[in-house]
Design a binder for this molecule. Structure first.
Ligand code: DO4
Ligand code: MG
Length: 283
């Protein structure tokens, strides 16, 4: 089943049928360890609502309210290679090789909900960066007790020149207004997501595809529970947390995003997250 945060309330899609929940608080609704079982029970008592499907075209909000977004990195070989390449002049490459092999994963704070955008919104590239890419990432939702109950598509927008200049600039390369996008909804399966699910990225410019690529989540070096385990070691999340799991798709080094580009991230069973790239206006 999939849950959508919409202007009209919580939309539930299960087996092609649509329902509007009587619950209206997204935070307490999704932060339940037995989410799949509880929503399955709930829809048994609800009338189907076919017209509610229209909210998917016009009415979706980001599936986040009080949660934070965190991210893990260098979880795919492709990311390890790209990071080593972009930081080679700064001598930072060794850190990426080491974190790929280490027991402890790279995990960093990505965004507050206020800096996170949803389906159809704009993602931003920094004005002080010349080399920007989207990072399409399977994004886990874990409840406050650390149980993974849902999945969504995530975009970990990244400034490669800023991170490449010095790894200590990572927070500036990764965390700024509009640097995170998640959506379109929360995929809540009875069992963990298919380990072979594919992630597809397409970037369109003036109606033409300028980059596309696909990768299976089975290429990730670490398990989802391992990443969540590290995230929760000494940090609590009262409303649950979103964790991006790293990118395995990196456009070629001569590619950078431009204003107006349309980024589409599709993950099997979850759906497609579409955002337009823009910059902040000059004051
Ligand atoms: O080490 C930098 C960030 C890595 C990252 O965001 C990724 O691998 O997706
Ligand atoms: Mg990333």
């Amino acid at each position: 089943m999939r849950l959508f945060n919409t202007r009209e309330g919580i939309l539930i899609e299960a087996d092609g049928r649509y329902y509007i929940s009587k619950n209206t608080d997204w935070d307490s609704y999704i932060n339940r360890d037995e989410l799949f079982a509880l929503v399955s029970e709930e829809i048994g008592k609800l009338e189907t609502n076919a017209s509610a499907a229209g909210l998917l075209d016009d009415g979706l909000l980001a599936p986040i309210s009080k949660q934070e977004v965190w991210a893990s990195g260098v979880t795919y070989m492709k990311s390890r290679e790209a990071r080593m390449e972009e930081s080679k002049d700064a001598g930072g490459g060794d850190f990426y090789a080491r974190v790929y092999d280490a027991d402890r994963p790279e995990i960093f704070f990505k965004a507050t909900a206020a800096r996170t955008v949803g389906p159809g919104d704009n993602v931003l590239i920094r004005r002080d960066s010349q080399w920007n890419v989207p990072e399409p990432e399977l994004t886990l939702f874990a409840t406050s007790s650390g149980r993974i109950v849902g999945y969504t598509c995530g975009n970990d927008m990244s400034s490669r020149d800023i991170e490449g200049e010095n790894p200590l600039y990572l927070p500036q390369a990764k965390s700024y207004d509009g640097a995170a996008a998640i959506g379109p909804g929360l995929y809540v399966p009875a069992q963990p997501i298919d380990p072979d699910a594919m992630i597809h990225l397409e970037i369109a410019r003036n109606g033409e595809t300028v980059f596309s690529g696909s990768i299976s989540i089975n290429r990730m070096k670490r398990s989802h529970t391992e990443l969540i385990g590290y995230l929760f070691r000494e940090t609590s999340f009262a409303h649950g947390v979103f964790l991006m799991t790293g990118t395995g798709l990196v456009p070629p080094n001569d590619f950078t995003l431009a204003t107006g580009d349309i980024v589409s991230i599709t993950i099997e069973n979850i759906g497609t997250l579409i955002n337009t790239v823009t910059q902040k206006p000059i004051n």
